[in-house]
Design a protein around this ligand. Structure first.
Ligand code: AHR
Length: 325
């Protein structure tokens, strides 16, 4: 692999050390050459993810950045291949939205050896060496889980049988949302998660898992609420609950995360109850950090957080009008 990498560097006629790269792209010299940035995206499993990709592309275009976009189709091996290809092309920086937390160290060591800064966006990577990345732009996923649980405990007075639709196994957004939610409900003895399974952050899998939950819980009579790790799975649950002859949002409450336009429509229609917002606009802060680093700034914080509110049916119609495309 190392030999292939060195050959690729030679063929691409770029230096693979920091000094070689700076000479090639001349990014210290304002306006001379466009920055070339590789972006490895998870996939397009949810409409939130699609908005995130669109937002990063639009921000790159606005700044005159030459963005090399790679869609990993939810597979870590595709992300690792994309990162290696970005290194071989001698990009100025790499942005990665990792699908899962573990297994990144070797490829990040390769990027570091090539002198290419890496910015992590959205989900995290489990790393024991923070010199392997420049910064991470992300939301506090634990807090998102807490916010969802606080809303539900308030809405139900703390008495509720909850079914949980988890996100992708091994992804920070699933691990941390689950932990934050559990932390809050643990203070309520009459609130419990009676079933929990992954719906892989997709609408179709969310529906499929919800159908199984409904069958297993007396057609849904034993379920007070759905806690979905994203809006997409919540929308799948809505379909399953309707097909089972129940009223989502009334017979079974639904709380989720993302705040995508479709969930505001569902809330305005009374089908879901609350969502915790996750901003998809992480490209701007990622590019700011890269531009600052490449012009010599070194005191960049290792974590830059984005925050979001909790939205309910009360403001849903108004929010939908603002957010729909
Ligand atoms: O990592 C963030 C999560 O990934 C979003 O909440 C979800 O919609 C996406 O698939």
């Amino acid at each position: 692999m190392r030999i292939i990498y060195l050959l690729a560097c030679l063929l691409a006629f770029v230096g693979c050390g920091e000094s070689g790269k700076q000479a090639d792209h001349d990014h210290g010299n304002q306006g001379k050459k466009a920055l070339v940035i590789g972006f490895s995206q998870v996939g397009s499993e949810s409409s939130w993810r699609t908005s995130f990709s669109e937002s990063v592309k639009a921000e790159a275009a606005r700044r005159g950045i030459d963005l090399k976009f790679s869609d990993a189709q939810q597979k870590q091996e595709n992300q690792i291949k994309a990162i290696r290809s970005f290194i071989a092309q001698g990009v100025d920086a790499i942005v990665v939205a990792p699908v899962v937390e573990t297994g990144w160290k070797p490829v990040l060591v390769e990027a570091k050896r090539a002198g290419i800064p890496v910015v992590i966006v959205d989900r995290n990577m489990a790393l024991d060496d923070d010199s392997l990345f420049l910064t991470r732009i992300a939301s506090d996923f634990v807090e998102e889980g807490r916010k969802a649980a606080r809303w539900l405990m308030e809405a139900t007075g703390g008495t509720c049988n909850i079914v949980e639709l988890q996100g992708t196994v091994g992804a920070t957004a699933a691990i941390d949302r689950m932990a934050g939610f559990k932390e809050v409900i643990s203070a309520y003895p009459d609130a419990k998660i009676i079933r929990s399974q992954t719906g892989e952050f997709t609408r179709s899998k969310g529906k499929e898992v919800m159908e199984a939950f409904l069958k297993a819980e007396q057609g849904g009579k034993n379920i007070c609420a759905v806690w979905a790790h994203n809006d997409e799975m919540a929308l799948g649950a809505v379909l399953a609950i309707k097909e089972a002859g129940l009223n989502p949002g009334k017979d079974i409450l639904i709380v989720s995360v993302d705040a995508v336009p479709d969930i505001f429509k569902a809330m305005a229609d009374g089908d879901t109850n609350a969502t915790v917002e996750l901003s998809p606009h992480m490209g701007g802060p990622a590019f700011d950090a890269i531009e600052a680093y490449l012009s010599g700034k070194r005191d960049i914080p290792k974590l830059i957080t984005v925050d979001g509110g909790v939205y309910t049916q009360e403001t849903a119609a108004e929010e939908y009008a603002k957010r729909k495309k």
